[in-house]
Ligand binder design. Structure first.
Ligand code: HSE
Length: 388
């Protein structure tokens, strides 16, 4: 019998309990032993629920139970979750999480503790919800040098953009819809200002190149400044506006990461990813392009990834997964990337630019610095990169 606990019984935590209820027999067969949910740690009162008998409020109960194998951390944030994760690892428990904030900001430290204690710290659910992408990146694609990662990493903003593009709904209204449907996080700023996507592209970069990229070190632009006019103008010209997290390896070996709304050509697979779905494209120097697509949020999809990690942690009890990254290297500035740009405003079409209607043009390849200087000179109201 293997035992696990869930810390934080919100959307993800309760989803994990549901997946165990749905698939407990199949999971036991795969593990070769039954998997038992021994504790649920939450500040809420669960006495009137079916989980009353296993509900606890004191973390030390988990910490001091020698029969507890795995702890699922679905508390969120980087305060209590950080303390409990540290303590659980120090106590020799495997820890599985969906907490992208914690992994992006403290993953290096937590993975080092896990290594020292010979336990697993796994976080497949922290990027792309239910989409298997981190394990393919560090395992199946380990024979490649990763050249680029680009993806729709936030379901809430993709839902909002889809409603703007397909439904002609203004940003504010589309955000209210997303909140009513329960997609947006408690604080919608983390979604709409790109912070959530920045944490995810940092985790992907950490794994791809083995160097820590902290969210506060990268350029992040969200979608709150977008208006319907730009979305419609782009659409008429054959482009979809998508909020993308992107990480690129430069020729000199350095890499850079950033988050920004981009124009994406309609024939690019990412352009057809609508609603709350996520998609991540990874380019390896041997495999070429691969794309991962699916539900990036929600209780059961996220719990699917968490449960996969719980099983993996238990299957790697003796020889832990060798996972981790080093200190941050020399991160390149996104200003060094060369791309074409969408500029809109009441200006005459500059030389070297192509008019696309709606008062907008597409430039030829320019660095971010060059594009910003041109936009300033022209008095452009909107400037957006075009995904190469
Ligand atoms: N708020 C996130 C999203 C949840 O909309 O994608 C999953 O990380």
């Amino acid at each position: 019998m293997a035992n696990f606990a869930i810390m934080g019984f919100g959307t993800v935590g309760s989803g994990v309990a549901s997946v165990l209820r749905m698939n407990g027999d199949a999971i036991a067969e795969r593990l070769g032993e039954p998997l038992s949910l021994k504790y649920i740690l939450d500040v809420r009162d669960l006495s009137a629920t079916e989980y009353a008998g296993i509900a606890v409020k004191d973390f030390s109960v988990l910490e001091n139970d020698p029969e507890l194998d795995v702890v699922v951390e679905s508390i969120g944030g980087a305060k209590v979750a950080l303390e409990f994760t540290r303590r659980a690892l120090m106590a020799g428990k495997h820890v599985v999480t969906s907490n992208k904030e914690l992994v992006a900001s403290h993953g290096r430290e937590l993975l080092a503790i896990a290594k020292e204690k010979n336990v697993n710290y796994l976080f497949e659910a922290s990027v792309g919800g239910g989409i298997p992408v981190l394990r393919p990146l560090f395992q199946c694609l380990a024979g490649n040098q990763i050249e680029e990662i680009v993806g729709i990493l936030n379901g809430t903003t993709n839902y909002i953009l889809t409603r703007m593009i397909r439904g002609g709904v203004p940003f504010d209204e589309a955000l209210k819809e997303a909140q009513a449907k329960g997609y947006a996080e408690q604080n919608p700023a983390a979604d709409v200002e790109g912070l959530d996507a920045s944490r995810k592209i940092c985790i992907l970069s950490d794994l791809a190149w083995g160097r820590e990229v902290l969210p506060e070190r990268i350029s992040v632009q969200g979608i709150s400044g977008l208006n319907l006019r730009d979305v419609e103008t782009a659409s008429k010209a054959g482009y979809q506006v998508k909020l993308l997290g992107r990480a690129v390896k430069l020729e000199d070996g350095r890499h850079c990461a950033y988050v920004a709304p981009h124009l994406v050509r309609e024939d690019c697979p990412v352009a057809g990813v609508d609603g709350v779905f996520n998609a991540i494209m990874i380019r390896g120097n041997a495999v070429g392009d691969v794309m991962f697509y699916g539900r990036g949020a929600g209780d059961l999809p996220t719990a699917s990834a968490v449960m996969g990690d719980v099983i993996d942690a238990l299957q790697h009890r003796e020889k832990r997964r060798n996972l981790g990254w080093g200190e941050g290297g020399d991160l390149a500035d996104t200003g060094e990337l060369s791309m074409c740009w969408y500029l809109r405003g009441g200006f005459a079409v500059p030389q070297g630019c192509r008019e696309i209607g709606g008062g907008a043009v597409l430039t030829g390849p320019l660095s971010t610095k060059g594009a910003k200087a041109l936009a300033k000179k022209l008095g452009a109201e909107t400037i957006l990169p075009v995904l190469p």
